[in-house]
Design a protein around this ligand. Sequence first.
Ligand SMILES: N[C@@H](CCC(=O)N[C@@H](CS)C(=O)NCC(=O)O)C(=O)O
Length: 220
Amino acid sequence: MAMIKLLGLRISVYTRIASLALEEKGVDYELEEVDIFADNGPPEEYLAHNPFGTIPSLIHGDFYLYETGAITRYIDETFPGVALQPARSAQRARMNQIISILDCYTYKPMVWDIYVQRIVVAEGGGKTDEALIASALPTSQNALQQLDELREDNEFLTGEVVTLADLHAYPILRLFVETPEGQAMLDSFPRLQQWMTTMQDRASVRATSFASTDETENGF
Ligand SMILES: N[C@@H](CCC(=O)N[C@@H](CS)C(=O)NCC(=O)O)C(=O)O
């Protein structure tokens, strides 16, 4: 099989989403760390392939791909193993809707505006931007509300089996609940809390933990 390399950072939310898809499919891959957050910015050779400088990117033989949604769908459709996308179009559309909600309405407010300010900035001795946190709370609340309603009483976000929607959601929510605001908000959605517990037990989730223990995870 052609070499499969994931370029990114173990502590990155989006790298973890792609890693989760690879782990769920049982794909043998190598994670090559690319420090896009270095003082000088992403390495030139990385920008040559991904001009946006975001992580992750996937290399499969001579095929180079960036954008996480494209990467996880490619992984699911290219490699054998359990399907990570529903066969029924309505359910698949629901999965894509959830992924879109996560990209547009959760990553920035939950991770950058709340988690980074509350945990990373504070631990680094910086001054937390309380106004930024406060401004991100309503969008986060709305997003959790919609995820909760779309999930209904299913075990996973789009039905009774894990899909790319669950793999997209977990790393974002995992950092969000590290904050008191995130934990309190999740507490008001018991079905989502139950889903987090279910996800936490998956081998793929344990294998891609941001840190060596799942208790104090740090990432971006
Ligand atoms: N649209 C990109 C977003 C990925 C993303 O934002 N990754 C973060 C790290 S978790 C990143 O690269 N941030 C640096 C930046 O946006 O310049 C994707 O889906 O892959």
